[in-house]
Design a protein around this ligand. Structure first.
Ligand SMILES: *Cc1c(COP(=O)(O)O)cnc(C)c1O
Length: 416
């Protein structure tokens, strides 16, 4: 029982059993067979759909992709959804459609995956970071306001770990300064904000179906919008800039001449990917419920440990997508740093991750833009001390209690 162990661990430090020595120091690990950090869902339905596509005459963008788009648009409460090769590609395409380029500034959070910022650079525009809120770990609207200049064109909020960013405040700033909003919803397909589904709020919303995401197609993404003109443009630019419906050019409908109307990207989704995504989208809510339970167990166990910051409880009127469960170290209360802790946790047999080291501290950003420690203190406080634990529907009771036991064991051993 995890709760009992916490009590032993925290109240009875000196009487800890010998096997409580961390595995990284030569002790016995909490589990022998390694618990992977994440695992894609693969059931009979996925295999059936993919085989059907593989045995058909059409592997490229086709009917399955269109079906997936339709289902996703409905799920996201968006008028239009365009299936693409990744969330990164979706975000860059949105910037391209909005005409963001050299001389323009785009504001985003430093506490995100690098791709959120990289795509701004791909467009030749400038990234301006705005620090995060220490409680929600999401971009702080007051910091967005401070970072806004006459050159600012777009805000890219990220719904970190599945918690929706403060879209009301962000929307107000966007209206005031006439800025576009592109949401990075790579973690947040299931999320709701103030009665609105994520996917129906900003000018564009970008989703990811990368192998580790809740709906996984290996690689894949989706761009949603309610603007028909932008959607039509996106369709053309996602496939070389060929005139509409060019994806049908080799189909049974027969060859039709096409025009290149723009030097577009090659970022379309294939029917093979869509075949994986379709059944997964059907079980997305069921899986959220299971992750929600695991989340609750983690919160119950870890909120008792004062050297760890747990994710804050949900703000009113939101639904958190529960994509990643992360704890933040209070470094002043522990004898080791986050990286050593993550290594120690792996040695206990528990897979874990880091989401994310702040982008401004990544080598390219440090070297190119001369960012340094102290530039975005809140993002650093979280990003340099954060680690993510396994949270996926196929975990069993023992997996969950092993994770809890391993974390408790390590913080007990290494606390100051
Ligand atoms: C995974 C991820 C992305 C990129 O998604 P891809 O589909 O791999 O391009 C973007 N932003 C965040 C926050 C992510 O976690």
């Amino acid at each position: 029982m995890p709760i009992r162990i916490i009590r032993i661990a925290l109240n009875n430090l000196k009487k800890l059993p010998a096997n409580y020595k961390p595995a990284i120091e030569g002790g016995k690990p909490v589990r022998e067979n390694f618990l992977v950090f994440g695992r894609p869902m693969l059931f009979r339905e996925e295999i059936k759909e993919v085989l059907e596509t593989l045995r058909s005459d059409w592997w490229g963008t086709g009917q399955k992709t269109k079906e997936f788009e339709k289902l996703f648009a409905k799920y996201a409460h968006a008028k239009y959804a365009l299936a693409l090769s990744s969330c990164t590609a979706a975000t860059e395409l949105a910037l391209d459609i909005l005409g963001i380029g050299p001389g323009d500034e785009v504001i985003t959070t430093p506490l995100t995956f690098v791709s959120t910022a990289n795509v701004v650079l791909h467009r030749g525009a400038t990234v301006k970071f705005a620090d995060v809120d220490l409680k929600t770990w999401n971009i702080d609207p007051d910091e967005i306001e401070k970072a806004t200049t006459g050159k600012t064109k777009t805000i890219i909020p990220v719904h970190l770990h599945g918690r929706p960013a403060d879209m009301d405040a962000i929307g107000k700033i966007a209206n005031k300064h006439k800025l576009y909003v592109i949401e990075d919803a790579a973690h947040a397909a299931e999320a709701w904000y103030h009665g609105k589904k994520i996917g129906s709020i900003g000018d564009f919303t970008a989703f990811s179906f990368y192998a580790t995401k809740n709906v996984a197609t290996g690689e894949g993404g989706m761009l949603t919008t309610n603007n028909k003109k932008w959607y039509d443009t996106a369709t053309v630019r996602a496939l070389h800039g060929l005139s509409a419906d060019a994806w049908k050019r080799y189909s049974a409908a027969g060859f039709k001449p096409y025009e290149a109307v723009y030097p577009g990207y090659k970022i379309n989704m294939t029917d093979i990917q869509a075949s994986l995504g379709l059944p997964q989208l059907q079980s997305i809510e069921k899986n959220l419920k299971i992750r929600n339970k695991i989340w609750g167990e983690y919160q119950k166990a870890f909120s008792k440990i004062n050297c760890l910051q747990t994710p804050s409880s949900d703000e009113s009127n939101i639904i958190h997508a529960r994509h990643l469960y992360a704890l933040a170290f209070k470094p002043e209360m522990l004898k080791i740093d986050r990286n050593k802790f993550v290594a120690a946790l792996q040695k206990e047999g528990i897979g874990c991750g880091v989401h994310f080291t702040p982008v401004h501290l990544m080598e390219y950003y440090r070297k190119t833009f001369e960012y340094k420690l102290g530039d975005f203190p809140n993002a650093e406080r979280i990003g340099l001390n954060i680690f993510s634990l396994p949270i996926y529907p196929t975990m069993n009771k023992k997996d969950i209690s092993d994770v809890i036991n391993a974390v408790v064991k390590l913080v007990t051993y290494y606390r100051r």
